[in-house]
Design a protein around this ligand. Structure first.
Ligand code: ZN
Length: 315
């Protein structure tokens, strides 16, 4: 059993910056990089394995090897038709579009895909940073739709404060936008369904406005969503999300930290600070900020040595 280190896929959306290259050791081909899809089997960007016996193969291929499924991905993955997560680093140099994602029921009915809930771990942001989360109270769908059709949207959007280490849960149906100068690790259901409703009247590199999908967005918007935020910037905070879709924990190793793999689920791990070494029973691996990997379910006990901060996602 080997830990599977992953090679990301990069996206140069119009709002990206340089921080993934400069601060997360990413060898991106672009001048400005918006996202690195770190752990992905999604058809719009598949990560590849960069070490060991599966080197250069797609994670999706490994997931489809049914005889390996239980040992690598765990018993909860045995009956899944696709890998359940999609994990990205996001460098928002500029504002992202205002958008919403459908839930599973709507996505299955109209898009033949799964819906999307997502969680944002705020890796860094400027002082007094905000995000858009939901609509202001008392705004109803017809008011909002009218505002979208006339491009007069901003006064209806709800802004909330964020700071480094905050964890924001964004259920499907929640209008949201990541705003400029924010660096995020985003963990989501494996779906790329986004209904963009407002793009700040911008154009793309070809001079065209990006597509909006107002009708579907209005269908799926949920009003008066309660804000779910965890302030995690202290060592004691470990559980970031426990949901029926997936779970996320933050692990801070400082010295020696021993852990055991979980027979029920793989652990998808993102190194968000520091560096160190992982020792398994038959291998050792150097890890550093920006690395992403899968710890197989059957790997057993292992030790993390160093000063390193990790996000662990699993089902
Ligand atoms: Zn989103």
């Amino acid at each position: 059993m080997e830990i599977l280190f992953l090679e990301p896929v990069y996206k140069d959306y119009i709002w990206g910056g340089q921080r993934l290259k400069k601060e997360f050791n990413k060898e991106t081909p672009y001048d400005n990089t918006a996202e690195s899809w770190e752990i992905s089997t999604n058809e719009h960007g598949k990560s590849k394995i960069k070490n060991g016996k599966f080197k250069d193969r797609y994670l999706s291929e490994i997931f489809n090897m049914i005889d390996m499924r239980e040992d690598i991905f765990g018993t909860k993955c045995l009956n899944l038709d696709k890998f359940p997560l999609l994990i990205k680093f996001i460098d928002a140099k500029k504002d992202l579009s205002v958008q919403v994602h459908p839930d599973d029921e709507y996505a299955r009915k109209y898009e033949n895909d799964s819906g999307k809930v997502e969680i944002w771990y705020i890796l860094d942001c400027k002082p007094n940073a905000k995000i858009i989360y939901g609509l202001k109270p008392q705004v109803n769908k017809s008011t909002f739709e009218k505002a979208l059709r006339t491009g007069n949207v901003e006064k209806y959007l709800n802004y909330i404060d964020i700071k480094k280490g905050d964890v924001i849960y964004v259920p499907s149906g929640t209008i949201h936008a990541i705003l400029a100068d924010t660096l995020i690790c985003e963990i989501q259901q494996n779906s790329d369904l986004t209904y963009r409703v407002y793009d700040w009247n911008r154009v793309d590199k070809n001079g065209q406005p990006r597509e909006l999908n107002i009708k579907k967005a209005i269908d799926v918007i949920k009003l008066n969503t309660e804000i779910k935020k965890v302030e995690s910037d202290n060592e004691d905070c470990q559980e970031l999300l426990n949901s029926k879709y997936f779970n996320v924990e933050k692990i801070e190793a400082n010295g020696i930290y021993t852990k055991k793999s979980d027979k029920k689920s793989f652990n998808a791990v993102n190194v968000i600070a520091g560096n160190g070494i992982i020792h398994t029973s038959d291998e050792e691996y150097m890890i550093k900020k920006g690395d992403s990997f899968i710890i197989p379910s059957a790997i057993g006990e292992y030790t993390i040595i160093g000063k390193v901060k990790l996000l662990y996602s699993y089902i």
